[in-house]
Structure formats: structure tokens, C-alpha cells
Design a protein around this ligand. Structure first.
Ligand code: LLP
Length: 422
């Protein structure tokens, strides 16, 4: 459930009519609903609480906006970060260092050092080599780095190939069959406080079965590690729960997920850690756009909007579906392709789709854009970086400004020797 609804024929975010934002902030822009974010954070927690001692770390990559992170910090969430930049963001937003988990397949020496320096709660190691490097840096500083070993369970998450991470050919984690040996060797290093294992098999999961299979394998691994004398206190079960992008998608609810987790992890006697991203932020945001003009096409008309693939990349790179709705629908529909102004055929949001009828200057939204939306935006074609707005009841704030090409150009330099024609 979200708080983007029609009232008196006009799409609102909570109690605020979207045209107010379009007029005052301009388009394209992202609009987030605070109430929706808080609701999702609560529902996810309530779903998982029955599984015992839990730690929730929002996957910052899904939506790193500082205001969004602050809302989640207030809901008691920590952060799952994958870069030094995300780590600094989580701290700047008010998340506690000890609630931060550092994931990611290529943490650099300086990022490992940053994590140690800030005193983060846990490093999820992706390889033996990374563990050795972290141990060296930590030992030299007289520290012991709290860490888990990320395991690749070789489970097909049944999701888009580009966002599947738990098959043996993927670059993530260490293969589950060699994990015990690697764990043993890492546990002997002075600079590490190895306390468990981690896993994440992919994103936008539609079924619980792959997760269940994966967690069963993790249970066996925990037993095996304990059998070898290791003290296992933490198991990170990753993120990945899907959200409905289309009316026929029906991903598992946090409550059903929690039931499964409680059943499979019964008796593990560990702190269970989760890294949800999309399920918290996805339906909490929309991207609003304005129609520039309608252009007749061969198969159907083109609705050319002022948003483009640089603002919302998911359709271009994953063929993702984002539901389009007019902000002031007339009740009529049309079959059209909705495209942006960028000079690429991949700059298309909807292909020959039946959508609300719109005309020049009308406003529309793409739904379910709160996760992996603004965070993946860029300035291709020298377009501005898309702004973000947070709505709370009938008030709003611009929580990320539109960054104009002039600001970006100010960071570029033509060397004097080129100016002088040398
Ligand atoms: N933990 C780890 C280690 C991850 O790699 C990810 C996502 C998550 C947690 C959060 O997963 P979520 O709960 O959001 O599914 N850009 C793609 C999604 C990439 C996800 C990468 N990893 C998209 O737009 O669909």
C-alpha cells in the first residue's frame, strides 16, 4: 500500500496535489511519500520480528537520499553500504556506525580503512583475499574487524539475469562448498573477529522458494561451522524481496517472508540480519514528468515526455515496467509509446502500451520509482540531474536539488595549453 492516490480527479502524494510540486519544483522530478516509507519500514520489521533477534540494514544503493535515510534511521534501521560514499551518507543521515554493514565485491584498501576508522558494525567479506587485506589493516591499527563471510549458495533466484547474484558463476561471495575451509583460515587471523556468514541471491524476487532453499543451505553451513568449533552469532540473510511493478505481479509479503524465515532459522540462535532496499523504497516514490508533445508514429503515437532514460534507467537497462498514469486522467485511454528526448532508441519507458490519454503539457507519473530511480540517474545528453522531493502530509521539501549543466561544467576545465592552441 502506498500514499499516491487520486482525490477529486487529481493525483496526490499524501495530502498534496502533484501539480503543486510540478509548478513549484518543475519536472521531471522524483516525489517520495514519508508515510509510505515509514509504513513499509514498519511492515517489514513486523513481518520479521517473529523470527527472533533481528538487525535491519536498509540497502542504501536503493535510495541514498539523506532525507530518506534519516526517516529510516528514525525507524531504527541501520544501513547496508557498498562504497565509502554510501558509508559517509549513512553516517551523515544519522545512522549509528555500529548499525552499518559494509557489503560489496570490491571494497578498496581505503574503503576498508574508512570502515575501520568509523567503527562500523560489520564487514561482509566477499573473498578470502579481502579478508586477508582487512585483517592486515585492522591488525596494524590494533583493531579486530567484525566480519562475516559472504557465501555464494548456487541458487537461482529466478529474477532478471542482471540482478541475480547467487549462482555459482556470479562474482559474489565464495562458493558454499569451499566456504568452511576459507572460514577456518580467516578465523585464524588476528585482525578479524569472524562471527558468521552472509548471503544475498538477487533482487526483485517473486517467490520465496529460492530464498528458502538458500537459507536451508545456510543452516547446514552454520551447523558445519559450529561443528568445526567456530562461534557463529550473526547470519546476514540479505535483501531481495520484490515489489509489484505491474498489476499481475504478486511478490511475497513481508509477513509470509517472516513466517518462512522463522520456520527455517528456528534453533539457529543467532542475530538475523536483513538488507532490504526495494521493498522499503520502491512504492514510496514516483517520477513525475510533463508531456512535451505527441508525435504520430507508424504503429502508435509517441508521447514525448520531459523525463528520459538518464532520469530513470530501469526500463532501458532491464526492460523494466513502470506503470504510467496521468496526474489528471480524463477516463479515456490511448495506445502509445512513451519516450524521452534522448538520442537513443533505448530511451523508451513504455512500448505501444494502453495508457491514460494525455496531451501536450499534461503531467504524468511513473510509479514504483522510489528504489533504483534517482540513485541511478545521470546527466547524459547534458541534461540536469533530476531533483527529489519529499512529501509529508500537505507539506513538501526539495530533498535533492536539480543540478544544472552549469554546475557540472564548473567542475570541468579546459587546460590553458589547449586554450593557447598549443
Ligand atoms: N544486499 C546486497 C548485498 C545487494 O547486492 C542488494 C542489491 C541488496 C541487499 C538490496 O536488494 P533489494 O532488497 O533492493 O532487492 N539496479 C537494480 C537492482 C540492483 C540490486 C543490487 N543489489 C534494479 O533497478 O532493479
Amino acid at each position: 500500500m502506498d500514499h499516491f492516490q487520486y482525490r477529486d480527479g487529481v493525483m496526490h502524494a499524501e495530502d498534496l496535489p502533484l501539480p503543486v510540486i510540478a509548478e513549484q519544483v518543475g519536472t521531471p522530478c522524483y516525489v517520495y511519500s514519508r508515510a509510505t516509507l515509514e509504513r513499509h519500514a514498519r511492515v517489514f520489521r513486523e513481518g520479521l520480528e517473529k523470527a527472533g533477534d533481528i538487525h535491519l540494514a536498509f540497502a542504501v544503493k536503493a535510495n541514498p537520499n539523506l532525507a530518506v535515510l534519516r526517516i529510516l534511521a528514525n525507524q531504527g534501521y541501520g544501513a547496508d553500504v557498498v562504497s565509502g560514499g554510501e558509508l559517509e551518507r549513512a553516517l551523515a543521515a544519522g545512522m549509528k556506525a555500529e548499525d552499518i554493514v559494509f557489503s560489496g565485491v570490491g571494497k578498496s584498501r581505503s574503503e576498508l580503512l574508512l570502515g575501520l576508522d568509523r567503527g562500523i558494525g560489520q564487514f561482509n567479506l566477499e573473498s578470502e583475499e579481502e579478508g586477508i587485506m582487512l585483517a592486515e589493516i585492522a591488525a596494524a591499527r590494533g583493531q579486530k574487524a567484525p566480519a562475516t563471510l559472504r557465501v555464494n549458495p548456487d541458487v537461482d533466484a529466478g529474477t532478471h539475469a542482471k540482478i541475480s547474484t547467487g549462482k555459482k558463476e556470479n562474482k559474489f561471495g565464495v562458493a558454499i562448498d569451499i566456504a568452511p575451509d576459507i572460514y577456518q583460515r580467516l578465523s585464524e587471523l588476528d585482525g578479524l573477529d569472524l562471527r558468521g556468514v552472509a548471503v544475498h541471491i538477487g533482487s526483485q524476487l517473486q517467490q520465496l522458494e529460492p530464498l528458502e532453499k538458500c537459507y536451508e543451505r545456510m543452516g547446514q553451513l552454520v551447523e558445519q561451522l559450529r561443528g568445526a568449533g567456530h562461534e557463529i552469532t550473526h547470519v546476514d540473510l540479505g535483501g531481495g524481496l520484490g515489489v509489484p511493478y505491474t498489476p499481475d505481479e504478486n511478490p511475497p509479503s513481508p509477513a509470509d517472508y517472516g513466517d518462512m524465515v522463522a520456520r527455517v532459522t528456528k534453533g539457529w540462535n543467532v542475530t538475523l540480519m536483513f538488507e532490504p532496499g526495494r521493498v522499503i523504497a520502491g512504492n514510496s516514490g514516483v517520477m513525475m514528468t510533463q508531456v512535451i508533445r505527441i508525435k504520430p508514429g507508424v504503429n502508435s503515437d509517441f508521447v514525448i515526455v520531459d523525463a528520459a532514460m538518464n532520469d530513470l534507467m530501469r526500463p532501458a537497462i532491464y526492460d523494466a515496467w513502470h506503470h504510467f498514469e496521468a496526474v489528471r486522467p480524463t477516463g479515456e485511454t490511448m495506445t502509445a509509446s512513451i519516450v524521452g528526448p534522448i538520442c537513443e532508441s533505448s530511451d523508451i519507458f513504455a512500448k505501444e502500451r494502453e495508457v491514460d490519454r494525455v496531451v501536450t503539457d499534461d503531467l504524468g507519473i511513473f510509479r514504483t520509482a522510489g528504489a533504483y530511480g534517482a540513485t541511478m540517474a545521470n546527466t547524459y545528453n547534458s541534461r540536469p540531474l533530476v531533483p527529489e522531493v519529499l512529501v509529508d502530509g500537505d507539506r513538501y521539501a526539495v530533498v535533492a536539488e536539480r543540478i544544472e549543466p552549469a554546475t557540472i561544467m564548473a567542475a570541468e576545465h579546459v587546460p590553458d595549453w589547449l586554450k593557447q592552441g598549443g
